[in-house]
Design a protein around this ligand. Structure first.
Ligand code: SF4
Ligand code: SF4
Length: 119
């Protein structure tokens, strides 16, 4: 993991979005990896992380205090939306959605690369 990871004092996206994904990503299906007992069924095609399907949202896999110190308890097995939400784009530009979310909890905007990129 990179030395600098701005997600570790943030975590707001894990309490903001409903994290939904193709049902077969869960580990009760062959080849699945997301712990199925931390998910709930949305429809025939989709599941979501428990805790994210109601307001206030908080993913059941999130540990710690948002805006202070957090971690994902299933980081290696997190679902695809969590893997695909970028903190930085390829050119090192911070994701403006991250800055928007971080501002909601009083965190400063992300610094531009050349800081090592996270997630
Ligand atoms: S920095 Fe962005 S991706 Fe990381 S926890 Fe905060 S909002 Fe989510
Ligand atoms: S699975 Fe992990 S990264 Fe994804 S929303 Fe939950 S705590 Fe956040």
């Amino acid at each position: 993991m990179d030395a600098y990871n701005p997600c570790l004092d943030c975590g707001i996206c894990c309490t903001h979005f409903r994290i939904s994904f193709y049902w077969a990503e869960a580990d009760d299906t062959p080849g699945g990896y997301v712990p199925a007992d931390m998910t709930e069924k949305l429809n025939h095609n989709l599941r979501c992380m428990k805790g994210n399907n109601q307001v206030p949202r908080r993913c059941s896999a999130l540990t710690g205090e948002v805006g202070k110190a957090v971690s994902c308890s299933i980081y290696e097995n997190r679902p695809s939306p969590c893997r695909e939400f970028p903190v930085y784009f390829e050119d090192g530009t911070p994701n403006p959605k991250c800055d928007e979310l971080r501002a909601m909890i009083g965190l400063p905007p992300l610094p531009h690369a050349p800081l090592p990129r996270a997630a």
